[in-house]
Design a protein around this ligand. Structure first.
Ligand SMILES: CC(C)(COP(=O)(O)OP(=O)(O)OC[C@H]1O[C@@H](n2cnc3c(N)ncnc32)[C@H](O)[C@@H]1OP(=O)(O)O)[C@@H](O)C(=O)NCCC(=O)NCCS
Length: 229
């Protein structure tokens, strides 16, 4: 793995022995999402979930003078296939999911986050063609992600964004009618279906909606509904 260095900071692959320290830093920012941050069981839940999403073959550490100053939990994935994606991600390309990006409070604002965020764009691998991730609406950080990524879904209060490292790869992934629905109404087909279901609409009515608006077949609509409901 190549290293990058700027302002003395080095990016390297994360090792098993780095994980506990990374979890400590990450917990300061994300612990409260899991419950009372002062309750040890909250830390346990956070750590267990984070480790499940951690893939050491691609995750990264930022180091300064031999000390960890940040990290990026990443996971190798295929193209993200969610119901109602705004682009047709049929294809065999692989990339990474950005699971959690964090910089130690003493080292924020010095370009460390930037180095981690864009590492695989600047140190290209043929098996990493894109990076994608999920962000709760409540984080209010879409301005940050959409600098380089595109929104490809939005459901249950979570935004889904993706960056193709080769801009030309977008030619392989055309927009779908689900993006028209989103642009016209401001909410995704998945969220519409949730609403319809909550208000007591029948399966037939929901299928009709999808067939009409998303221009899909009855079979595809049935599959969509089976994934959402
Ligand atoms: C977000 C964070 C990693 C930025 O790192 P940093 O070293 O302080 O900032 P840098 O100056 O190097 O990097 C700035 C980059 O981070 C982005 N950024 C800043 N705040 C952000 C946020 N809340 N969410 C996502 N990205 C953010 C900036 O847009 C910029 O992106 P660019 O490099 O594409 O231009 C750091 O502030 C942090 O650990 N925050 C707490 C945890 C967090 O919010 N993580 C991201 C959400 S999962």
């Amino acid at each position: 793995m190549k290293e990058s260095a700027s302002n003395g900071v080095t990016i390297r692959k994360m090792e098993e022995s780095d994980v506990a320290e990374c979890l400590e830093i990450k917990y300061q920012y994300f612990g409260h999402f899991w419950g009372d941050p002062n309750d040890p069981s909250t830390k346990q839940t956070h750590d267990n979930y984070s480790k499940k999403k951690l893939d050491l073959s691609v995750s990264l550490i930022a180091e300064l003078d031999g000390k960890i100053v940040g990290g990026y939990f990443l996971k190798k994935t295929k193209l993200p296939m969610y119901p109602g994606n705004f682009y047709d991600f049929t294809g065999d390309d692989t990339g990474v999911e950005g699971v959690s990006l964090f910089v130690h409070p003493d080292h924020k604002g010095k370009g460390v986050g930037h180095m981690l965020k864009h590492y695989y764009k600047e140190n290209r691998r043929p098996d990493i063609k894109f990076i994608w991730g999920q962000a709760f609406h409540g984080l209010k950080n879409m301005g940050d992600w959409l600098k380089t990524r595109k929104l490809f879904n939005d459901m249950n209060g979570v935004y889904f964004t993706i960056e193709m490292y080769d801009e030309s790869d977008w030619a392989k992934y055309p927009r779908t009618p689900y993006l028209d629905i989103y642009e016209e109404t401001g909410s995704s087909a998945a969220d519409h279906i949730e609403e319809m279901s909550k208000s007591g609409k029948t399966t037939e009515e929901m299928s009709e909606y999808l067939m009409d608006k998303a221009k899909i077949s009855r079979e595809e609509a049935a599959y969509f509904l089976s994934m959402i409901l």
